[in-house]
Design a protein around this ligand. Structure first.
Ligand SMILES: NC(=O)C1=CN([C@@H]2O[C@H](COP(=O)(O)OP(=O)(O)OC[C@H]3O[C@@H](n4cnc5c(N)ncnc54)[C@H](OP(=O)(O)O)[C@@H]3O)[C@@H](O)[C@H]2O)C=CC1
Ligand SMILES: Cc1cn([C@H]2C[C@H](O)[C@@H](COP(=O)(O)OP(=O)(O)O[C@H]3O[C@@H](C)C(=O)[C@@H](O)[C@H]3O)O2)c(=O)[nH]c1=O
Length: 291
């Protein structure tokens, strides 16, 4: 049984591929074999691999660069998501799509639930929201999982940046007034496996369809996250630095980030009967893996 995964070299795609078993093979394809902006390339991949489901783990994720590369962000995150969902629908396959906490403005007090009003503040967030809507319009058999602050041993992410910075400086300045849930990509891959189990056990049911918040248990600021990364790294003899806790205004970036991107994951837990490990457990696993 194959599951087709778009986005071969990405953090989530690689974590899914690593979960392959003889019973469920995650076939992760990259741009040369599967370009989500090109519908015929998707149709050809589906015809070649005959999957039982499709996962969209491909995206334009360079949050700051997206502010100037608007067309590229929307091409992958809106058009690509639409193409993949339409192709899956045409082939009679369910699609699992991944979205982001950055669809919210971040001005709410307390964690966001799925029905809260969206109001993305960045091009990346707007393009991902456009993708969510496009997937929902193209395929009734869809699950969109909004997750947050993804990290892993693969690709580019915050812990890898922190460990690189700590290699040649004693102090790292990190914002302490943006809150969310750092989520370990292998834990996302496990959760997607659970989602697929649920879908494939009852493909005609309605309960698994729609949008869900799915992130690590617990919340922290980027500065808290950096401190945990350094504590875990130091405990293993790796690079470490002191964290200087700063305000967002002291770390100007082209894209605006939500001050609060905490996601309430109750709906995911209720429907899929699964919760992710804490962000501290994910951090420990990641630091151990990159050592
Ligand atoms: N990273 C994060 O912090 C978060 C991510 N998400 C979402 O989770 C999902 C997975 O993210 P993550 O694994 O971190 O992403 P990565 O940036 O690690 O990987 C994304 C992958 O998508 C590929 N891709 C981009 N455009 C296309 C295209 N047109 N056709 C095929 N592949 C393409 C990229 O390929 P190439 O290398 O060739 O460009 C890259 O391999 C995305 O939907 C993202 O929006 C949600 C919340 C947080
Ligand atoms: C590198 C660095 C970042 N920061 C701040 C900037 C920003 O507010 C925050 C995170 O920075 P980054 O640019 O690493 O992360 P960012 O690209 O904003 O991460 C986001 O990526 C997309 C794809 C998502 O979907 C989001 O969930 C989220 O994970 O930390 C510091 O304060 N100090 C630093 O040294």
């Amino acid at each position: 049984m194959k599951v087709l995964v778009a986005g071969r070299s990405g953090q989530v795609a690689q974590s899914l591929a690593a979960r392959s078993t003889p019973e469920r093979v995650f076939v992760a394809l990259g741009r040369p074999d599967l370009d989500i902006t090109n519908r015929s390339s998707i149709d050809a991949a589906i015809a070649a691999h005959q999957p039982i489901a499709v996962v969209n783990a491909a995206a334009y994720t360079a949050v700051d660069k997206a502010e100037t590369e608007v067309d590229a962000a929307f091409a992958a995150n809106e058009l690509g998501a639409r193409n993949l969902a339409a192709a899956a629908h045409a082939a009679g396959l369910p699609i699992v799509n991944i979205s982001t906490d950055y669809v919210f403005a971040g001005t709410k007090t307390g964690p966001y639930v799925e029905g809260d009003p969206v109001d993305p503040q960045s091009v990346y967030g707007r393009s991902k929201l456009a993708g969510e809507l496009a997937v929902a319009a193209a395929s009734p058999a869809h699950v969109t999982l909004r997750t947050a602050w993804v990290f892993s041993p693969y690709g580019h992410n915050f812990p890898k940046t922190m460990l690189r910075l700590a290699a040649d400086r004693d102090v790292v300045r990190v914002v302490a007034d943006q809150y969310g849930s750092p989520t370990y990509a292998p834990d996302i891959a496990k959760a997607i496996d659970v989602v697929l189990d649920t879908i494939l056990a009852a493909p005609d049911r309605e309960h698994w369809r729609g949008t869900f918040h799915m992130a690590a248990e617990g919340y922290c600021s980027w500065a808290d996250f950096a401190e945990e990364i350094f504590a875990q790294s130091a405990a293993r003899g790796g690079p470490s630095a002191k964290v200087e806790r700063i305000a967002t205004a002291e770390y100007p970036t082209p894209a605006k980030r939500p001050p609060n991107s905490m996601l309430d994951t109750s709906r995911f837990r209720a429907v899929f009967g699964h919760s992710l490990p804490t962000w501290q457990e994910g951090t420990k696993a990641c630091v151990e893996a990159v050592r």
